[in-house]
Design a protein around this ligand. Structure first.
Ligand SMILES: [Zn+2]
Length: 136
């Protein structure tokens, strides 16, 4: 079991404020283009597929699977140094996007590619939470 990872507060900008406010309520939002239907990660006001600005928020299921991962055994940064070993992973969401995240709540050696995972939220104490994933 990895140690507790730090929970730094993100920089919140007007265009991403709804995303971060949702994380504080345990919800993972994705952007979706109203014109071409692309599901967009990371949140942004212009669709990267068609370039149009009609982007809305949709709530993700919070479910996905491990696409790729590595186990970090050394990190010189305060807070992370004490948290090793921990898992950095790309999780492929049910909705399609792959998000860079951590896998928590299990032994890092137990993580496998394709493992089903679900989102969990770590409160930053500043009106937002960091989403990570644990085995489903
Ligand atoms: Zn589009």
């Amino acid at each position: 079991m990895s140690g507790a990872l730090p929970v730094p507060a993100p920089a919140v900008f007007p265009e991403t404020a709804p995303f971060w406010e949702a994380t504080a309520r345990g919800k993972l939002l994705l952007s979706r283009c109203e014109d071409c239907g692309a599901v967009i990660w990371y949140p942004r006001p212009l669709c990267p597929a068609c370039g149009r600005p009609r982007v809305s928020w949709v709530e993700a299921s919070g479910r996905g699977s491990v696409y790729s991962f590595t186990v970090v055994h050394r990190n010189a940064v305060d807070g992370y140094r004490e948290a090793v070993p921990y898992v950095v992973a790309y999780v492929e969401l049910e909705e399609g996007p792959r998000v860079l995240t951590n896998i928590v709540g299990c032994d890092p050696e137990a993580v496998t590619i394709g493992m089903p995972v679900s989102a969990t939220f770590d409160d930053t104490g500043h009106g937002s939470a960091l989403f990570r994933f644990r085995p489903a």
